[in-house]
Design a protein around this ligand. Sequence first.
Ligand SMILES: [Zn+2]
Length: 347
Amino acid sequence: MLIGFTATAQKTENVILVTLDGLRWQEVFNGADASLLNNEDFTESIERTSNKFWDESAAERRQLLMPFLWSTVKENGVILGNRALGSKVDIKNKYGFSYPGYNEILTGYPDDKVDSNDKKYNENVTVLEYLNNQPKLKGKVAAFSTWDVFPYIINDKRSGIYVNSAGKEYEETNSPNSALLNEIQEKIPSLASGRFDYLTYFMARDYLQEKNPNVLYIAFDETDEFAHEGKYRDYLYAANTIDGFLEDLWNYCQSTEKYKDKTTIIVATDHGRGDKVKEQWQSHGQKVEDCQSIWLAAIGPDIKNLGEVSTAHQSHQNQIAATVAKLLGYTFENGHEIGEPIQMILK
Ligand SMILES: [Zn+2]
């Protein structure tokens, strides 16, 4: 008989995974970059943008950019990836662009064969599919994305997971919101992405409120699109807006019986962007140095309250999938060599 041997009680019953496409660690940890903010080629309305996002202190600047991350998450959760402090998170795949990154996040396996953003059904099993195949979670896993490649990445055909992306009508609930959200999606085209990130968010929130999934994935895209276009103001506003969505999501979860103190939110990105040369910030991919560097944040009842990690460590993108599964009490397997859960952030 093993006396005193007890399995750690997991408190997490729900996981919400959120990704911001191509948001650099540089802005997450230092806020707006002066050389980009003050460059007319990249920033419209420099004065107005600076009023909103500039402060001499980097600690203040990042608070201006992502106030929820740098208050509630910092105080109660963990933020990894500040390379200036030795905290490193990197991608393992060799490509540095979106589909390979999302494949690595969701399947835990940096697959050399996943080498394009084409709409090809993923052969690899994601942690979402794995969880949806667990009897307790069947039909309780869903995904909302701005980018319309996600139905392929998650392989909605094989996995049976509800994936709502740009161009797809949202008709999963009879809530009064769904008709308006669909009308906005139909009548107001987005200049940057397949649809506005806010539509992705409010559809996902409606689904959360009406259908109570245990696992929800929300994939935003506008940070990446604006960066590619060299629109630094819009890139900053996109990150700031999504930080507000995270706050709203957290507050909603903490206000309901189903989710309160039983929900972990993980926030991540698919790739970084260049840094050394100014124009490189717009880009990423195999030829762009530095874009393998990413960041990660988490908050929830099983997440250690480490705040901004300032000890030297190396974590990888391929560990996110196993971490999501572990939080829910499962050991993720999909036939490949996948990354271990990020133990240092888990209680
Ligand atoms: Zn991307």
